[in-house]
Design a protein around this ligand. Structure first.
Ligand code: FAD
Length: 386
């Protein structure tokens, strides 16, 4: 992947934003279990960071996905994972399908204000009984005149308590599970929508997560993205960018863990010598840095082919899998070298250890990534293509 001056300028803009607007407040926001999303998103919108890859017609920068990747990578320098996650939901999880398949009206009503930072979005796929098994979801949208009447609930929805709209995957007919679903954009102030209290999470504490309930929620059918019954397919496409974003966002976060651990191990002495002088430690950190470079190469390769318009389902799934697995390995190993300090709640390694754990679960667990990779390798039993 070759980065131009424009990539580097964007990288600097995002990096400066993280240093000035996010990092000084991370401890406070983590403690509070929320951050001022409306204020922060408006500032990001003013800089164009919420619409890097989105069409200029709706206020975006009209750049290709490689610029998005650079922004995701730099957001990884935040000293908490929760705020970047909330931003990633807005840019790469709840708006790609609207941008790619939505009507002009939907784009004007929801995409343009999501790009300018005037509206906050969330993505509603998972349910209490259907996380990995997306096809098994039961929230339904029944037609009544020109409207849909929505009933059901969505679980673990990031940004939902402050969101203005949800990009909702629901069953719009009783047909086969992969062809009976539609993506519908639902304004969150529609009567019949209620929330659970904030869910108490292991990590990503500064992002807000809740369960969302739909009780006879009426929305016009024109709020559906694309054709009826194509929602599952569109969500699978939308997942590609979510997974690439997730992988890119982890790279610098893991490098920071390694750098901070090196600094700590230079200072901390045991048996009269700095910890870093133990070969078991400096070798391990070198090995982890090598693995991070491998993750970077894989993620860049997936991104480059995605920019060329190729189907990167396999590579994006591999990058997401590797990011989750490596995230656990790096944070666990680094935390170990911080000893008792690493076990303290406020310690940055402890926070990274808790935050990064989500990567192996959210947006498709590691095992789901393995299933997709196997399917595309032709090794999934019963699915083999000769
Ligand atoms: C902090 C947080 C934020 C989230 N934000 C959102 C959001 O904004 N929007 C949204 O829609 N969802 C969101 N999610 C939900 C997330 O995507 C799901 O938790 C995830 O897809 C896993 O689903 P599940 O929890 O139901 O796990 P399950 O489907 O119950 O699976 C449990 C575990 O079983 C294993 N497993 C599952 N299936 C298989 C299999 N076939 N073979 C082998 N092993 C398997 C995996 O290890 C998996 O982790 C969020 C979750 C969290 C924790």
């Amino acid at each position: 992947m070759i980065f131009t001056e424009e990539h580097e300028a964007l990288r600097k803009t995002v990096r400066d934003f993280v240093e000035k607007e996010i990092n000084p407040h991370c401890d406070e926001w983590e403690e509070a279990g929320e951050f001022p999303a409306r204020e922060l998103f408006k500032k990001l919108g003013n800089l164009g960071i919420l619409g890097i890859q989105k069409p200029e017609e709706y206020g975006g920068m009209g750049l290709d996905y490689s610029y998005n990747l650079v922004a995701a990578e730099e957001l990884g320098t935040a000293q908490c994972g929760g705020v970047p996650l909330a931003i990633g939901v807005q840019t790469d999880m709840c708006t790609p399908a609207i941008a790619r398949f939505g009507s002009d009206q939907l784009k004007r009503e929801f995409l343009a204000p999501a790009i300018s930072g005037d509206k906050i979005g969330c993505i509603g796929v998972s349910e209490v009984g259907a996380g990995s098994d997306v096809a098994g979801l039961t929230t339904n949208a029944k037609k009544e005149g020109d409207d849909y009447i929505i009933n059901g609930s969505k679980m673990w929805i990031t940004n939902s308590p402050k969101a203005d709209f949800i990009c909702l995957l629901a069953n719009t007919s009783g047909g086969k599970a992969h062809s009976n679903k539609s993506l519908i954009v639902v304004p969150m102030n529609t009567p019949g929508i209620t929330f659970s209290k904030h869910l108490n999470k292991l990590g990503m504490r500064s992002s807000e997560t809740a369960q969302v309930f739909f009780d006879d929620v009426r929305v016009p059918q024109r709020n559906r993205i694309g054709a009826e019954g194509t929602g599952f397919m569109m969500q699978m496409v939308q997942f590609q960018e979510e997974r690439l974003w997730g992988a890119a966002n982890v790279i610098k976060a893991l490098e920071m863990c390694i750098e901070k651990t090196i600094e700590y191990c230079r200072e901390r002495k045991t048996f009269g010598t700095p910890l870093i002088n133990n070969q078991v430690i400096h070798f391990r950190l070198a090995e982890l840095q090598t693995e991070v470079e491998a993750l970077r190469a894989l993620t860049y390769q997936a991104c480059e082919l995605h920019v060329q318009g190729k189907d990167v389902t396999k590579l994006a799934s591999m990058a997401k899998l590797k990011a989750g697995r490596l995230g656990r390995e790096v944070t666990d190993s680094c935390l170990q070298y911080w000893g008792g300090m690493g076990y303290m709640w406020e310690n940055q390694l402890s926070r990274a250890f808790r935050d990064v754990r989500l990567v192996s679960i959210g947006g498709g667990a590691d095992e789901i990534m393995l299933g997709i990779i196997c399917k595309l390798m032709g090794t999934l039993p019963g699915k083999r293509k000769e």
